[in-house]
Ligand binder design. Structure first.
Ligand SMILES: [Zn+2]
Length: 117
């Protein structure tokens, strides 16, 4: 059964002429949700929502940690996953208050991604 993964890797190889291993690595990278609040996560967020990225960067600096709510810097946080396909970064750590605000007032579609801190 040709999976979506195999098809995408084949298409990528046809376009780029990469080796199977390289194309597979790229595919995995593109399809693995970024760990929340890492430099890569911030880079990706910056590309689509610079304001939010700058805000979160400041929060992490002020908190001297990235293990805090991406909106307000509070702890404890819970790991959420966005169910919106178009979202830049699918995983985010939020405190309870910010989760409520994001989902009820900002229209964010978030589900528990397992694991809280
Ligand atoms: Zn918060």
């Amino acid at each position: 059964m040709p999976s979506k993964k195999k098809r995408e890797i084949r298409e990528r190889r046809q376009k780029t002429g990469e080796s199977y291993q390289a194309a597979q690595r790229q595919w995995k990278q593109a399809n693995t949700p970024l760990q929340p609040h890492t430099p890569e996560w911030l880079d990706k967020l910056t590309a689509v929502n610079e304001g939010q990225a700058e805000h979160s960067k400041l929060i992490f600096e002020l908190s001297d940690s990235t293990d805090v709510c991406a909106v307000c810097g509070d702890t404890p946080t819970t790991l959420y996953r966005s169910t919106e396909a178009a979202v830049a970064v699918s995983l985010v750590l939020l405190c309870d208050d910010c989760f409520v605000i994001q989902t009820t007032r900002m229209g964010a579609k978030l589900v528990l991604a397992g694991g809280s801190k």
